[in-house]
Design a binder for this molecule. Sequence first.
Ligand SMILES: O=C(O)CCC(=O)C(=O)O
Ligand SMILES: [Fe+2]
Length: 159
Amino acid sequence: MGLITIHHSPLINNNTNGGNNVIGFWVHTDPQILSVLRSNYTSGLQIDLTDGSWISVPSDPSSFFFNVGDSLQVLTNGRFKSVKHRVLANSRVSMIYFAGPSLTQRISPPSFLMNNEEECLYKEFTWSEYKISAYNCRLSDNRLQPFERKAVNISLNDS
Ligand SMILES: O=C(O)CCC(=O)C(=O)O
Ligand SMILES: [Fe+2]
């Protein structure tokens, strides 16, 4: 299953916000498996480095940007991270294909990926269970948290 969206984050004068960045799309992780993004020549997409700083993704209209979603984080048992990101209001236009599972699909890592004794970080759930749970969360929440088996601390710097 998939979904295609087109985003336009209009340019908003920073002076109207006391010189602070104006956010076009608030911080979130993508819920699906993989997001494939193509943008115009305008930057604005930023990744949360979890230490309070943000790194900008350079715009390149001749490249695709792939982003790991929450479902792929679970499918790889945390090996691939679904990073928090946001978009600044900056005349940016992007088109994104979100590749997601079907509603009844169980999301859990395949056995061939698991090392001996490796424990699943997440309880098994279906994509529709995730979606129902996500409706009760805020956009910026860790929407995988209700499915964690125990407190997992996944940071960008984990090996
Ligand atoms: O507009 C962008 O570059 C990214 C938008 C986004 O993060 C999303 O739609 O999930
Ligand atoms: Fe996103």
